[in-house]
Design a protein around this ligand. Structure first.
Ligand code: ADP
Ligand code: MG
Ligand code: MG
Length: 251
């Protein structure tokens, strides 16, 4: 069992406080839907957990099974089991997808993965995401369409088997069929590995595939309400305005 614990987290970007005291616990096998109007700090939270240096932690703590995440470099956080599937994955030309993934995998285990096993797992992931077979040999995200980049984030997730996976609007820009393929791959990966998921999306349809155990609304740097699937359904049909009245918050 893995447990990511966030306590009283305050995060600033360029001296502006974005997260203002956020508490959250994500455990193995749980799926947390993180919702909220644009510009309230969802991506900031995920980036801060992963260790993006643009985000300064001014107060609070993040621990993974009791270990202090904030004192770890980004690569160490990844080796400890944290994963971030990004909204805008970067293109890296000169490094192939398979070289990139093999070095990530090898960095987290004592002896390198056998080429046979690596190819087998990579083929399985590429097939699951219904991507073109030459993906392994192409430069990382170089010239990939928006949808291919998103699928490729999930190929990485399947290969790296994180204990806590965070996904930032991984469903945005996917067509109906791609949405189903991507969400089933995420769901099956979680079933196989027992990962805890922290998923940012605006769409109830995506969450339906993932079957979240928890849902939260982030407004003005804090989680103002938490619940289950009923919360996602209410936001889908009514938006966020009702929260202003019921919880005295303004988005
Ligand atoms: P969300 O993901 O909920 O839409 P974000 O976390 O992206 O919100 O942004 C929260 C606030 O922080 C916004 O006002 C945004 O402009 C600001 N912000 C986030 N990242 C940066 C950054 N790298 N540089 C400057 N401002 C940022
Ligand atoms: Mg965002
Ligand atoms: Mg804010």
């Amino acid at each position: 069992m893995t447990e990511l614990v966030i306590k009283d987290l305050h995060v600033s970007v360029e001296d502006k406080e974005i997260l203002k005291g956020l508490d959250l616990v994500v455990r193995s096998n749980e799926c947390h839907a993180l919702m909220g109007p644009n510009g309230n700090g969802k991506s900031t939270l995920l980036a801060a957990i992963m260790g993006n240096p643009k985000y300064t932690i001014t107060q609070g703590s993040i621990t993974l099974d009791g270990k202090d995440v904030l004192s770890m470099e980004v690569d160490e956080r990844s080796r400890e089991g944290l994963f971030l599937g990004m909204q805008y994955p970067s293109e890296i030309s000169g490094v192939t997808n398979s070289d990139f993934l093999r070095s990530c995998i090898n960095a987290r285990q004592e002896s390198p993965i056998s080429l046979f096993r690596f190819i087998k797992e990579m083929d399985k992931a590429i097939q699951k995401l219904e991507m073109k077979p030459d993906l392994a040999h192409r430069f990382l995200n170089d010239g990939f369409s928006g949808g291919e980049k998103k699928r490729n984030e999930i190929v990485q997730m399947m290969m790296l088997k994180p204990s806590i996976a965070m996904l930032d609007e991984i469903d945005s820009g996917l067509d109906v069929d791609a949405l189903k393929i991507v969400s089933e791959a995420i769901h099956d990966c979680q079933k196989e590995t027992g990962a805890g998921l922290l998923v940012v999306s605006h769409y109830a349809r995506f969450y339906e595939y993932l079957n979240p155990t928890h849902a939260h609304v982030l407004i003005d740097g804090k989680i103002v309400v938490s619940g289950g699937k009923e919360l996602i359904e209410r936001i889908d049909s009514q938006g966020y305005e009702w929260l202003e009245k019921e919880y005295q918050v303004s988005a």
